[in-house]
Design a protein around this ligand. Structure first.
Ligand code: NAD
Length: 476
């Protein structure tokens, strides 16, 4: 990616390595103007009934479906992968439906209620934040630009979205879908740009939903703090899986292989550390190695195999650095890559199983965002839990055990917000449970599950006197 003096950004294609796409970045004045217009549009949007807002969102869903082929094509060019892109496009449509049904309950007619003081009643209202800023990363460009946008719109907010500069091609198609729906363009805008534009967004909005790295999240948090606006941060992870003796090893190895290497490991919720009880360690490593070595790269054609290219060239450098560091410190690779491989200009990393690893290695402590599976043996269950918790991150985790009850008991002791039980990385597929990101993986209320819509509204209470007699506390 390169930025020119004319405020354009040129973008690398993850499969060819060629720079084949350029987009314009709005000036600070133009961005401010967009935000002012969105604020003006939001006044009418907030007054619409929830049924009217749902009708607009349903029209948008139809337009997204009508443009699905074009959208998927652009996203495939952005990310170099196909299977995950189709999944992403499908999740968006079902997510609009889910939020439409959830939001209705939140906008039921306010009910006046009695209070503990007989002559005072209470009426509760919800007031949307006027303008929400959504800043999103490149690993699931469409889904993560919409995951907070859909409930925010239904809550009555206007939304300005700044997706990642690494994967901008899909925005042209999304803009067509927005333009095709009456009124939607007055409350929703996609703005292209890099970090500077992201920082401008934080300066212009009333609430920020940021998804990205912990390092950038810290900057966003500080900037939002200066402006005294709420911020929801969904950041990096170093998810751990714990596999206990008695677990179904066929299931555990298949689930963890998928949970660690789907999307070439480029998911915040990828399993990046696997802790296995020592009595089953050898058998586990052998099975995982055998299964991992059978997974092929999606090359030369996109639908040839399972593992697509690493999308961002900066990430290639990080994966290579983690592999080099681990190998220098004594790690052994039982199958996979010693470094990312350049194939036709794209960089690919095979599903890689590592043993002989420890916490002196970056691969065990820093987010890799690649298809690497370091496997460590532990003796007692409390040792396994302590190892899993030995991280600054707390996004999610997984436990495999003989019984669900035993797995949940272990999961309850893990310091993270979502635990897949006898499965892995389920928050990639299922967004219905409510969860917080623990530790340095995030700040703020749940973005998943029904209560996530509350983040976009302030509560307001009317305290209503229902008689004309002086109150007992009046002076006269
Ligand atoms: P990143 O932090 O580099 O960028 C994320 C977004 O922030 C981009 O749109 C970028 O342009 C913008 N940005 C950069 N500097 C900014 C600034 N100073 N102010 C405001 N915005 C700024 O992250 P990335 O490399 O695009 O994405 C990968 C990271 O995202 C990984 O750490 C991954 O774990 C994380 N992630 C987290 C979740 C989650 O739900 N927790 C989901 C997906 C990805």
């Amino acid at each position: 990616m390169a930025t020119s003096e004319q405020n354009t950004i040129s973008v690398r294609n993850p499969r060819t390595g060629q720079t084949d796409y350029t987009f314009f970045v709005p000036s600070a004045t133009a961005l401010n103007h967009t935000c002012t217009q969105l604020r003006a549009g939001q006044v009418g949007w907030a007054k619409c009934s929830i049924d009217d807002r749902i009708a607009v969102m349903q029209q948008w869903k139809t337009e997204v479906e009508n443009h699905k082929t074009e959208l998927v094509e652009a996203l495939c060019a952005d990310t170099g992968r196909q299977w995950e892109t189709l999944l992403e496009a499908d999740i968006v449509a079902s997510s609009i439906d889910r939020w439409c049904s959830i939001s209705k309950a939140f906008f039921a007619t306010p009910i006046r209620k009695a209070s503990s003081i007989p002559f005072l009643e209470i009426q509760q209202d919800l007031v949307p934040y006027p303008l929400v800023g959504v800043i999103s990363p490149w690993n699931f460009p469409l889904l993560l630009s919409l995951i907070d946008t859909i409930p925010a719109l239904l809550a009555g907010c206007a939304v300005v979205v700044k997706p990642s500069e690494v994967t901008p091609r899909f925005v042209e198609v999304i803009n067509k879908t927005i333009a095709a729906v009456p009124f939607l363009g007055s409350v929703l805008a996609y703005v292209q740009g890099a970090g500077h534009t992201g920082a401008e967004i934080v300066n212009n909005v009333d609430l920020v939903c940021f998804t990205g790295s912990t390092a950038t999240g810290r900057k966003v948090y500080q900037a939002a703090c200066d402006r005294f606006i709420p911020v929801f941060l969904e950041l990096g992870g170093k998810d751990a899986a714990i596999v206990l003796a008695g677990a179904d090893l066929q299931l555990a190895t298949s689930a963890l292989l998928w949970g660690s290497t789907a999307n070439a490991g480029q998911s915040c919720l990828s399993v990046e550390r696997i802790y296995v009880q020592s009595t089953i360690y050898e058998e586990f490593v052998e099975l995982l190695t055998q299964k991992a070595s059978a997974v092929s790269l999606a090359f030369p054609a996109m639908n040839d195999g399972k593992i697509g290219p690493i999308i961002s060239d900066k990430q290639v450098t990080i994966i290579d650095d983690h592999l080099r560091d681990a190998l220098e410190k004594g790690a052994k690779i039982t199958t996979g890559s010693t470094q990312c491989q350049n194939l036709g200009g794209g960089y690919y990393c095979r599903p890689t199983v590592l043993t002989n690893v420890n916490d002196s290695m970056k691969i065990m402590t820093e987010e890799t965002f690649g298809p690497l599976m370091p496997v460590v043996a532990f003796d007692t269950i409390s040792d396994g839990i302590a190892l899993a918790n030995s991280t600054v991150y707390g996004l999610s985790g997984a436990v495999f055990a003989q019984t669900t009850a035993q797995a949940i008991e272990v999961g309850q002791q893990m310091h993270c917000g979502a635990v897949s039980i006898n499965d892995a990385a389920l928050t990639a597929i299922m967004h219905e449970g409510e969860k917080n990101s623990f530790k340095m993986s995030g700040i703020g209320g749940t973005r998943m599950g029904p209560s996530a819509i509350k983040r976009f509204m302030r509560q307001k209470v009317f305290l209503i006197k229902n008689n004309t007699a002086p109150d007992p506390w009046h002076f006269a």
